[in-house]
Design a protein. Structure first.
Length: 324
């Protein structure tokens, strides 16, 4: 780090010298333009290439047993063009695997193809889809998933349970897109400024969206329990408990996200208080559970585990508001 003094010339002009090595390394000369980008914390970014055309990052990978993982990793790292090159002809099996891999990723299409090369292109720019909008979409999707997962259990609705499980693919797609946007913003200060996020906010968002993705997984677990039901004869009191639990965790998650998006500390604290009330409700459910038949008792116990996980992830989201 170098320290430079501010110089004053004339009545209202302030100057600061720039390191010669930096000027030389970037090939700058007198008369070139530099963009000064002020951040919210007062930091100024000096960007010599602000007006350049958007650079498309390109990655080349070779076919292997982990081709799906490799394609996903390059997508998450912000690469716009992903080329799969093979020294031999690409088999129909490999092509099918590549197609399935790209279908898990939003905005990715095959733009070029030859006997031994397939080129994928991500057609969605990170600044086109507002980051908060993507976060809200994941929140609403996972919220409905666990609501309907519990409904499918109460009504022994196998089709609804299957629908919940299928929607997990959409959650994964949005999750991948969100992570891609966050990583791209961390690598490009101009993009971060454009979409209005700081490096710290990017790190927080990365953990928050993971909590939402985990909520979706918990909903899938509950729906899977429904598919394994042979009988579902619950006492009326237990049915009401499950309904109350579903309403409670829905409010918990929704208020946690409201607190986050509004930066409302009091609402975040309210989420913590609601988590304590949920713990008491679960305690009552466990007492009532002893009246149920043994086979359904195991199912309810697994569902309670999923509910507790959802509530814990919701509290994690609220805690980010309190920390800041």
């Amino acid at each position: 780090m170098e320290m430079r003094k501010i110089q004053k010339t004339g009545g209202s002009t302030y100057l600061i010298s720039l390191p010669k090595e930096w000027i030389t390394r970037l090939g700058l000369k007198q008369g070139d333009h530099l963009a000064l980008i002020e951040k919210k914390d007062g930091t100024i970014i000096l960007d010599p290439r602000y007006d350049e055309k958007e650079i498309h990052r390109e990655a080349v990978i070779a076919p292997n047993s982990n081709i799906t993982v490799d394609i996903t990793a390059k997508y998450l790292s912000g690469y716009d063009i992903i080329k799969i090159k093979s020294p031999n002809r690409i088999s129909s099996e490999l092509r099918d695997t590549i197609i399935k891999a790209k279908e898990r990723l939003i905005g990715v299409e095959i733009v070029e193809e030859s006997a031994n090369e397939i080129t994928l292109n991500c057609l969605i720019s990170p600044d086109i889809v507002p980051i908060d909008k993507t976060l809200r979409r994941i929140h609403l999707l996972t919220l409905r998933m666990h609501e309907e997962a519990l409904k499918s259990f109460l009504e022994k609705d196998f089709e609804l349970a299957k629908n919940v499980i299928e929607r997990d693919d959409e959650v994964d797609k949005l999750y991948f897109l969100f992570v891609r946007e966050i990583r791209s913003a961390l690598q490009d200060p101009r993009l971060a400024d454009k979409i209005g996020v700081t490096p710290i906010k990017c790190l927080d968002y990365r953990m928050i969206v993971k909590s939402l993705e985990n909520i979706g997984d918990a909903a899938v677990k509950i729906a899977s329990i429904t598919l394994g039901l042979e009988d579902n004869t619950l006492t009326n009191k237990m049915k009401q408990y499950v309904i109350d639990l579903s309403q409670h965790i829905s409010e918990l998650q929704d208020k946690a996200m409201q607190a986050l998006l509004k930066e409302d500390i009091l609402l975040a604290i309210n989420v913590m208080d609601r988590r304590k009330k949920l713990a008491l409700l679960i305690e009552n459910v466990n007492k009532e559970l002893m009246k149920e038949e043994s086979n359904i008792r195991v199912k309810i116990d697994s569902i309670l585990d999923g509910i507790e996980r959802i509530s814990d992830y919701s509290v994690d989201i609220a805690e980010f508001v309190i920390r800041h």
